[in-house]
Structures are given as C-alpha cells and as structure tokens.
Design a protein around this ligand. Structure first.
Ligand SMILES: *[C@@H]1O[C@H](CO)[C@@H](O)[C@H](O)[C@H]1NC(C)=O
Ligand SMILES: *[C@@H]1O[C@H](CO)[C@@H](O)[C@H](O)[C@H]1NC(C)=O
Ligand SMILES: [Ca+2]
Ligand SMILES: [Ca+2]
Ligand SMILES: [Ca+2]
Length: 333
C-alpha cells in the first residue's frame, strides 16, 4: 500500500502515541510476568505499526480490542472471529441504527484502552500485593521484579542491546517509581501504582514520558535526536546494502520539515514533545478514522456490519491470517 508523506507522518504520530502507551506498560508489567523473559526485547519503540510498508495489523487489533482481547482472537478460526466481531459491532452501534459512525467507533476504542489499563493495573497490583495492603514498597517491588539481577555479573547487567540494558531498565523504573510516588514515602498506593504502570495515561507523568522517550531515542547520549536516531527507531535495514524504502525517505523529509522546527538538524526535547504529544491529537479518533478508511467501501463515512465483517482481518485477528504475527508477538512480549 502506498502512502503519501502526510499520511505516513500522521500514522507515525499515531503509532508513537499508542506505542508509548503500550510499551511503557509492557516494560513495567512484562518482566514480572516471566522472569526468564528478556526485557531487552520489550523496548517501547520496537513494536511497529508499519514494518516497512507492510501495515502492522496487530497494532489495529490491539487498538480495536485492547491487547488482552486481541490475543484471544489470534487463535480463532476466521468464522469464529467474524461471529464474535458481529456481536461487538452490535455493542459499538450505540443508537442501534445498524451503522457504526466515527463517534461510536472512537468511543469504543477509548473504552477498550481504558478497560485494558484498568485490568492491567488490577492484575499487576494483585500479583505484587496479594493481601491488598494500602501500599507496596519499592523494596518489595524491586525484589520481585529485579531480584534475578542479583545472580548476574555487573557485565551482564550492563550489557547493552541497542542502547538498553537490565541496569538501565532498573534505573528507569526506579526513577519512574519516584515520580509516581506523590507523597515521597517510597511506597505506592494503588492510584500511584497505576501512574507508575501506565504513565502515558496520567497527566502528572507527562514530563516523565517525554524524558523516557527522549532517552530511548538518543542512542549516542548527546542530548539531541539526530535524523538517524529518529529513523533508526522506525526502520533498521536487515542488511548493510538494503535500500531504504520510500516511506523512510519521506520520514527523513518529515524530520527536516516538520520535526526539526528550528532547523538545527536535530530534535531537542521541546521538538520531541511537540511530536509525541501534539496538543490537538486524539489517538482514539485517529485510529477510528483509520479503521473507517480501511473498511468503508461505499465511502459514506459509516460502517455497516457487512463492511466490518468483510474486513474482519483489519479489526481482529484469526489463526488463518495472523499465524505469523502471533509467533512474532510471542517473541516480542
Ligand atoms: C453518530 O452516532 C451517535 C451515537 O450513536 C449520534 O449521536 C451521532 O449523531 C452520530 N453522528 C453522525 C455524524 O451521524
Ligand atoms: C502486607 O502487609 C503485611 C502485614 O504488615 C506484610 O507482612 C506483607 O509483607 C505486606 N505485603 C506487601 C506486598 O508489602
Ligand atoms: Ca450507529
Ligand atoms: Ca542523539
Ligand atoms: Ca531542532
């Protein structure tokens, strides 16, 4: 699918926002899930909406269903996926006129993301605090999540994969914990813990999300984001002589024309901030528009159930279309 430069830029902005969201969660919550899991694979920005020009369907599935629900669909047959999707469409159609419009779809997407975050916070909170005490201390959390580091040599702890090490993830969590800890007793209430797990969802954590994103991007730690650091985050050639696809060239254009506002050749913090948190950007609406664009065959800006079911693979997964992605995902999360 060919994309115009503008479309790609929007898509990448959309990608960034949701990725910051999904990935912050992944880093904080996936390590304790499975201590043998390598947290280096859970870097926020490795997960792509577009992998080259291939549209990453998993991204849309997660936006539409929430990450937990979308996993359930991955194992279903196309028939069963369509059946369940039909039931969901009935719920999305608030005024029961048989059509899903932008506002209904946007509400649905916002709802599934809220529901996911709430369930995720409950799940992780209960795991680390089964007695449901009022607070959980950093010491307790750190032992449970990073205790395995004690058996590692300093070299192993500091070994970097694309600029990230166990030690740097621990340091990042430690700092994030302290920012979420509003009353500075080094223990988090459930509300504070929610901000820790999902900083992207909490206005008070905005500066922290910017800081973490900036640090992730700034691989050479010179305090500014070069065009290669910006591109490297979205696209890495699989071999030395692989030619850059056109959308990457478009992104280079976007970098110099839209991201690097003061034209000094780099993005500074302020410029990254404008990029990842544009003031007028609503990611539920953006994703809803994208889904309508994909499925609205008769171009009336509304989706019938038939239009949605015809494009069920855009909205939800199933074994037939997503087998490869389900495997890739298994590695990633
Ligand atoms: C979309 O649906 C909502 C609720 O079902 C309704 O209130 C709204 O007027 C509809 N918008 C358009 C543009 O049809
Ligand atoms: C909860 O409180 C009990 C009693 O004070 C304590 O033994 C336990 O370790 C606490 N749990 C957590 C996760 O801090
Ligand atoms: Ca409707
Ligand atoms: Ca840099
Ligand atoms: Ca600049």
């Amino acid at each position: 699918m060919q994309k115009t430069a503008g479309e790609m830029s929007n898509n990448n902005t959309r990608m960034m926002l949701l990725l910051v969201a999904i990935a912050s969660a992944a880093i904080a919550s996936s390590i304790p899930d499975d201590l043998v899991h390598n947290p280096l694979e859970v870097d926020s920005l490795h997960n792509k909406h577009f992998d080259g020009v291939e549209h990453n369907a998993q991204f849309d599935h997660e936006a539409f269903l929430g990450p937990d629900e979308s996993k359930k669909f991955d194992g279903l047959t196309p028939e069963e996926s369509r059946r369940r999707l039909g039931l969901i469409v009935d719920r999305i159609d608030e005024n029961k006129d048989g059509l899903v419009n932008l506002s209904e779809l946007k509400n649905w997407i916002a709802y599934t993301q809220r529901r996911y975050i709430e369930e995720d916070v409950n799940r992780v909170w209960n795991r680390h605090n089964p007695e449901n005490n009022n607070t959980i201390s950093w010491e307790t959390y750190q032992k449970a999540v990073y205790g395995f580091l004690e058996d590692m040599s300093p070299e192993e702890q500091e070994a970097e994969d694309n600029g990230i090490s166990y030690k740097s993830i621990l340091k990042r969590d430690r700092y994030r914990w302290s920012v979420a800890d509003t009353d500075s007793d080094d223990s988090l209430t459930k509300e504070e813990f929610a901000a820790f797990l999902h900083p992207e969802d909490h206005p008070s954590m905005k500066a922290l999300v910017l800081h973490e994103t900036f640090t992730d991007l700034d691989k050479d730690k010179d305090g500014k984001i070069s065009v290669d650091e910006y591109i490297g985050d979205m696209f890495r050639p699989s071999s030395e002589d692989e030619e850059e696809p056109e959308w990457v060239a478009n992104e280079r254009e976007a970098f110099s024309h839209h991201r690097d506002i003061d034209n000094d050749g780099y993005m500074n913090e302020e410029e990254v901030k404008l990029w990842i948190t544009p003031t007028d950007f609503d990611h539920s609406e953006s994703e809803a528009k994208h889904l309508i664009f994909e499925a609205d065959v008769d171009h009336d800006d509304q989706l019938t159930k038939a239009e949605i079911l015809d494009k069920y693979d855009v909205f939800v997964g199933s074994q037939a279309t997503d087998f490869g992605e389900a495997l890739a995902r298994h590695d990633e999360f």
